[in-house]
Design a protein around this ligand. Structure first.
Ligand code: SF4
Length: 417
């Protein structure tokens, strides 16, 4: 297994536009860039700016994918737009619905990279779990995605495209008049206008799918800005959570420039154990990570930091571990809640899930320490909703296999030389 300090988060850059047919996909572009492209394609600057504002609204707020449906743009101009631009969506390779309502999609980019998104409906909310990278460099030992090679960062369009595709699939783009519509504010969880988010299925977003979002900071930030834009997808930052495995140097920037809720993949309370389970810990130790959490802007009792803790038998699940967790949270004075996640085993894993009684005992100790520690019910197991499982099955190749193939290839090259 490689050591994270040798990992460079810089991955293969990829030009977003233009596509093979010469048209430019507007998904992922902010207003100003849309205006620039409109001007470059021949509109007067003033007209480009106005059209960009209108198109932005149709694209991100109304979910329209056809320029001909944009009723406030002159009909004569519709064809011109369609000749130069498209409003794309990720290609759906597979779509599954679990018996518990969880939905999972395997998506493909136009350069044939596959990534996943999962929608988890609950009584009071519907959460979309969004991917930030194809594969992941971090190799967390309990995570199936960690067995894949990192291929590349997802672009802002591919990130926001997941949210748009989910809205398409759930049939939730707003209809009706936009009168009275105004930008979402901190106090205003949902949007204005003559519709509300009540009854909406997709109410929350977690950046918790494939990849480490803070290793793809700029694209994740730019995508989330479109999601939070009052005239875009208009989801409040309070309904968005970014999950990191502990990229300490980027956490303050995430707080300042994105400002969404923070979740941390903690999974262990001692450096020796966390070094093994979350190898990034060898670079950024627990103490640094917890200090960065304490410094995270905007964290308070109303907006607590979530600590994710996967329950691994005889690894991180003792009473002592639970007590240490409480001690650390108190020591750093963290407004925190803990999610206990029963481990979902996958082929080839070295770990087992803790016994239910052990998980309950752990939860109770943390709870008695004054910290909420619910045990998460595994969702969508029948459709392999755990992170990375659909893609891995699709590829039928594990990291070990890929490494073996690479070794064979270099061995045969050496033999040839
Ligand atoms: S848990 Fe997240 S950061 Fe760790 S390997 Fe899996 S996808 Fe990457």
């Amino acid at each position: 297994m490689h050591h994270p300090s040798h990992i460079s988060p810089v991955v293969t850059p990829r030009p977003v536009t233009p596509r093979a047919d010469g048209r430019i996909d507007l998904i992922g572009l902010p207003r100003a860039e849309i205006a620039t492209h409109f001007a470059a394609a021949g509109l007067e600057p003033k007209q480009a700016k106005l059209r960009a504002k209108q198109v932005f609204h149709w694209v991100y707020h109304r979910g329209v994918t056809d320029f001909h449906a944009m009723t406030d743009i002159a009909k004569a101009q519709h064809d011109w737009f369609a000749q130069h631009f498209i409003i794309g969506r990720p290609e759906v390779v597979e779509a599954h619905v679990s018996t518990d309502g969880t939905r999972k999609w395997l998506l493909r980019s136009d350069d044939a990279q596959e990534y996943e998104m999962v929608f988890i409906p609950d009584a009071d909310r519907g959460t979309l779990c969004v991917s930030s990278q194809v594969g992941c460099t971090l190799n967390c030992r309990f995570c199936y995605t960690g067995t894949m090679r990192l291929v590349r960062n997802l672009t802002p369009g591919e990130i926001v495209g997941q949210v748009m595709l989910a809205r398409d699939a759930l049939g939730e783009w707003p209809k009706g008049s936009m009168a009275g519509f105004g930008p979402a504010t901190d106090e205003d969880d949902d949007e204005g206008g003559d519709y509300t988010a009540d009854g909406r299925l997709l109410t929350n977003i977690v950046m918790m799918g494939m990849g480490e979002p803070l290793f793809n900071f700029d694209n994740v930030r730019d995508a989330l800005k479109l999601v939070m834009d009052g005239d875009g997808l208009a989801l409040s930052k309070r309904r968005i959570t970014l999950s990191t495995s502990g990229v300490v140097p980027m956490m303050a920037r995430a707080g300042a420039e994105i400002g969404v809720n923070l979740a941390v993949s903690l999974h262990a309370v001692r450096n020796e154990v966390r070094d093994e389970i979350v190898p990034l810990n060898r670079k950024y130790k627990l103490e640094e990570l917890l200090q960065a959490c304490a410094d995270y802007p905007g964290a308070n009792n109303a907006r607590r930091i979530t600590f994710e803790y996967v329950m691994l038998k005889d690894k991180n699940d003792s009473d002592d571990d639970a007590r240490e967790l409480v001690r650390l949270i108190r020591k750093y004075d963290l407004p925190a809640k803990v999610n206990l996640i029963p481990f979902n085993p996958w082929p080839g894993t070295a770990y087992e899930c803790s016994e239910p009684a052990r998980i309950r005992a752990f939860s109770e100790i943390v709870f008695n320490g004054g910290i909420s520690a619910p045990v998460r019910t595994p969702r969508g197991r029948d459709i392999m909703a755990a992170c990375g499982q659909l893609k891995s099955t699709s590829e039928k190749r594990t990291r070990a296999e890929l490494d073996r193939l690479a070794e064979e290839k270099s061995a045969s090259l050496m033999l040839g030389a």
